[in-house]
Design a protein around this ligand. Structure first.
Ligand code: ATP
Ligand code: MG
Length: 405
C-alpha cells in the first residue's frame, strides 16, 4: 500500500491541561528533528494530532523513526484519495485485503468533517462495508472488537483511509521535563537510565569521565557512539568529556585501597555537580541499581551522595539486571555496551572495595588530596561535542579484535 500520510496521536499530553500547547510545540519540534533526513516531508502539529505528509518518502522508514519519539501514543499510516466514491470503495477493499487472513473480521468507521460531501457517515459505512464484503471473500463484519477497523475520514481537502494502529514510544516529549546531566559510562546500565530519564521528558547532557592513556580512544568513542544511539530518542545531545587521569592517580597514591572507589566516585559526582550547576541544569541521573556492585549499596550511595545537594536520580534503582538488558536490547545500545573497551572506573577499581564505606572516613581520606584544585582543573579541561542521532564514532570492527588480542 502506498501511504500518503502518517497520523500521529498524542499520549499523556491530553491530560496536561494548560501545558498542552507547550507539549505539542515541543513534540512537533522533536518530530521535525528526528525526521531531518527526509526532506520532502510536511509536518503539521494540530491540537489533537500531528500529521506527517510523506510526499513520496518511505512510510516504513518514517514510521520507524517516529515510533522512537517520546510523547507519541500511536500512529497510523493513511492513504489520501480524491473525494470520489468509487475510488474510496476500491481503496477500502484493497487496504482490508492486504491485512486479511482466514477468519478476519472488520468494520468501517467513518468521520465526516466536510458536511457538504454527498453521503453521510451511515451511508458511507453501509456502502463501503458492502463493497468490502463483496470484494474480500471470507471476511465478516463485526461491530465489537473487530480485527480491522478501517477509519475513513472525509476532510475538506480529501479522503483519508487508515486501518493500522502502531504503538508509539509513550512517555513525554523530551524537553518538557527540564534539563539534567547524565553520568554516562560505556556500560549497559547508564544508557538505559538515559533512555528512561528522557522518557519522562528530561533533556540530557552527557558527562563522561575518561582516563587516557589508561583508557583507549575507542572507550571514549564507544561512549560517544552510545550517545548517538540515545539521541535518536530526543535529538542532539551535548557530550561532555572530563579528563580524570590525574585525579585517579592522586587518589591511588594517597588514599587507602578500601576507599579508592568511594573517593573516586565522590570526585566524579562533585565534578558532575559543578558542570550541572554551571549549565543551570536541575539534577543528575546515574545508571546505578541497588545491590549490583560495591558502589551500589545504600551505605555507599550515602557516602557518595554527600558531596552534592542536587537531586541524584537513579531510574534503574530497583531493576534486575535481566530487565535492564532487555531494555538495552530494545533501544539498540546493548551490542555497543558489551564491546570490550574498559572505561576509567573498571581500570582503577581495587580488588576489594568497601561495600559499606563510612561517611566520616570518606570525608577524612578526602582531605589527603587537593579536592578543590582537582575539581577546578577537571572542569576547566572538559571538551564538549554535539552528538547527532545515530552519529558514528568507533573505528571498524577489526579494532575490536585488535584490542582483544
Ligand atoms: P554502567 O553499566 O552504567 O557502567 P555499572 O553497573 O557498570 O554501570 P558502575 O561502573 O559502578 O556500575 O557505575 C555506576 C554509575 O556511575 C554508572 O551507571 C554511571 O552513571 C556512572 N559512571 C560510571 N563510570 C562512569 C564514567 N566513566 N563516566 C561517567 N559516569 C560514569
Ligand atoms: Mg560500568
Amino acid at each position: 500500500m502506498k501511504y500518503s500520510e502518517i497520523m500521529v496521536r498524542y499520549g499523556e499530553l491530553s491530560t496536561k491541561g494548560k501545558n498542552r500547547k507547550d507539549f505539542i510545540r515541543q513534540l512537533g519540534k522533536n518530530v521535525r528533528q528526528s525526521l531531518q533526513e527526509f526532506p520532502n516531508l510536511e509536518i503539521k502539529a494540530q491540537h489533537d494530532r500531528l500529521h506527517v505528509t510523506l510526499n513520496g518518502e518511505s512510510s516504513s522508514a518514517v514510521i520507524e523513526r517516529l515510533s522512537g519519539v517520546f510523547g507519541i501514543e500511536n500512529l497510523s499510516p493513511s492513504v489520501k484519495v480524491a473525494k470520489d466514491i468509487e475510488t474510496i470503495k476500491e481503496t477500502a477493499a484493497a487496504m482490508v485485503k492486504e491485512q486479511f487472513k482466514t477468519g478476519t473480521t472488520f468494520k468501517i468507521n467513518t468521520r465526516r468533517q466536510d458536511h457538504d460531501f454527498e453521503f453521510d457517515t451511515n451511508q458511507l459505512n453501509d456502502m463501503l462495508g458492502g463493497y468490502v464484503l463483496e470484494h474480500v471473500p471470507g471476511i465478516e463484519v463485526k461491530m465489537k472488537k473487530p480485527d480491522i477497523t478501517l477509519r475513513v475520514e472525509i476532510r475538506l481537502n480529501g479522503v483519508y483511509l487508515t486501518s493500522e494502529i502502531i504503538p508509539g514510544a509513550g512517555g513525554l516529549p523530551v524537553g518538557t521535563g527540564g534539563r539534567a546531566v547524565m553520568m554516562l559510562s560505556g556500560g549497559i546500565d547508564s544508557p538505559v537510565a538515559s533512555y528512561l530519564a528522557m522518557k519522562r521528558g528530561v533533556k540530557l547532557d552527557m558527562v563522561h569521565f575518561f582516563s587516557p592513556p589508561y583508557t583507549s580512544e575507542q572507550a571514549l568513542a564507544k561512549a560517544e557512539e552510545l550517545t548517538g544511539k540515545i539521541a535518536t530518542f530526543g535529538g542532539n545531545i551535548q557530550f561532555i568529556q572530563v579528563p580524570f587521569r590525574k585525579i585517579q592517580e592522586e587518589i591511588k597514591e594517597k588514599v587507602p585501597e578500601g576507599y579508592l572507589m568511594t573517593i573516586q566516585r565522590r570526585m566524579m559526582l562533585r565534578i558532575t555537580a559543578a558542570i550541572a550547576e554551571s549549565r543551570h541544569t536541575k539534577g543528575i541521573f546515574t545508571g546505578e541499581a541497588l545491590g549490583q556492585v560495591a558502589s551500589q549499596t545504600l551505605e555507599s550511595m550515602m557516602a557518595i551522595n554527600d558531596v552534592t545537594t542536587l537531586p541524584v536520580l537513579r531510574p534503574l534503582v530497583s531493576m534486575d539486571k535481566e530487565e535492564i538488558i532487555r531494555i538495552a536490547e530494545k533501544i539498540g545500545t546493548y551490542d555497543l555496551s558489551i564491546l570490550p573497551f574498559e572505561d576509567c572506573c573498571t581500570i582503577f577499581t581495587p580488588p576489594a572495595p568497601k561495600t559499606r564505606p563510612a561517611l566520616d572516613k570518606s570525608r577524612n581520606f578526602e582531605k589527603l588530596i587537593d579536592v578543590d584544585g582537582l575539581v577546578k582543573e577537571a572542569v576547566e579541561g572538559i571538551k564538549i561535542v554535539d552528538v547527532k542521532p545515530n552519529e558514528k564514532f568507533l573505528n571498524q570492527q577489526s579494532d575490536v579484535f585488535a584490542e582483544l588480542l
